[in-house]
Design a protein around this ligand. Structure first.
Ligand SMILES: Nc1ncnc2c1ncn2[C@@H]1O[C@H](COP(=O)(O)OP(=O)(O)OP(=O)(O)O)[C@@H](O)[C@H]1O
Length: 315
């Protein structure tokens, strides 16, 4: 977990610090006792739909009050604290932009809302950063989805905030637009900004960020280095459906394996429960070969992200 250690005098204070944060809507608990600290660089906030990602981001941005706990940005509470807004930018999930404005007008309006001393210079810098200068004088209604998204990022960055929060920024983008947005986020992280983006897609997070916060049903399920979390996800018990040239003989051979915890045989083939993914998938071809059996099909039966997430929560 990316906590700041007290033993190091040079430890960097987290830009975003959540301490025992909960938020409920009536009797729905959207966020449940979350503690996390974010420092410079890009972090992915990974979780299935309805996990509480938007609620967390909105509390960080000062749009929502926590029901319990503290949400700090730069050491100050975000709720009802306009001075914090100068340090952060939020790109929300919904894509509402005024299509009749040009990209330039939209970003400039944001600079003026922030009452920046030189709004034109700030708008120019933000537009250059997202590489939209060529299209800045066209109406937003003529932009592609990716260009609209970049316009919104420019508007959120116009005041050069230390913290940038993005809610599902890759939704609906084609691969090229995705790549461009990923490079943009990378660059901002490398420049020392604290960037947090939410996603429900594991691969998306893997490509952009080495650090992940996994949120499931309002709780922080796992946190830290992506590879560590990936291992947690693959080292869990797995169920496979297997069909072969002789399912009955294969069932007998598999039952003798320590990595196998259960085998069921029916007309459709075998359902095999294995202790972990790697050991079983390495052992299976050898076992089949040893018994003179040909494998026809091996499919993981429980690979939905939902099942991976619920495993993380239960473990
Ligand atoms: N204004 C609200 N009133 C009541 N319940 C809400 C409200 N906003 C969110 N919720 C509930 O809180 C939970 C978390 O929602 P949230 O939008 O934060 O999740 P999410 O991870 O961002 O999901 P998604 O990706 O689908 O937006 C869900 O059960 C949702 O139905």
């Amino acid at each position: 977990m990316s906590t700041v250690t007290a033993d190091s005098a040079t430890a960097v204070a987290p830009a975003v610090d959540l301490r025992g944060v909960s938020r409920w809507y009536g009797n729905v608990v959207a966020v449940n006792d979350v503690t996390m600290a974010l420092t410079a660089g890009v972090t992915g906030l990974l979780g299935p739909n309805g996990a509480g990602k938007t609620t967390l981001l909105h509390m960080m941005a000062g749009f929502l009050a926590p029901s319990r706990g503290e949400v700090l940005v730069g050491g100050a509470p975000t709720w009802r604290n306009p001075s914090v807004y100068r340090q952060l930018g939020l790109v929300s999930e919904r894509e509402a932009v005024h299509g009749f404005l040009t990209g330039w007008e939209f970003v400039l309006a944001s600079a003026k809302l922030h009452r920046l001393p030189q709004p034109e210079a700030a708008a120019r810098r933000a537009i250059d950063l997202v590489e939209l200068a060529d299209a800045q004088d066209r109406r937003i209604s003529t932009y592609s989805k990716g260009m609209r998204q970049r316009t919104r990022v420019a508007a959120a960055l116009v005041h050069d905030p230390q913290v940038l929060l993005l809610d599902e920024p890759f939704n609906g983008m084609d691969p090229r637009q995705r790549m461009h947005m990923m490079e943009l986020l990378h660059g901002m992280g490398e420049a020392g900004r604290t960037v947090l983006f939410s996603s429900h897609i594991l691969e998306e997070v893997e490509q952009v960020s080495g650090t992940v916060q996994v949120i499931v049903a309002g709780r922080l399920a796992a946190s830290g280095d992506y590879r560590h979390i990936r291992r947690l996800m693959t080292n869990r018990p797995h169920v496979f459906t297997v069909s072969s040239s002789d399912d009955r003989a294969l069932a007998v051979a598999l039952m003798g394996q320590p990595s196998v915890t259960g085998v069921e045989l029916d007309a459709g083939g075998l359902t095999v429960r294995a202790g972990d993914y790697g050991t079983f998938t390495r052992a299976l071809p050898k076992i089949a070969r040893g018994a003179g059996i040909r494998l026809r099909r091996v499919l993981p039966a429980d690979e939905s992200l939902e099942s991976v997430f619920s495993y993380l929560v239960e473990s």
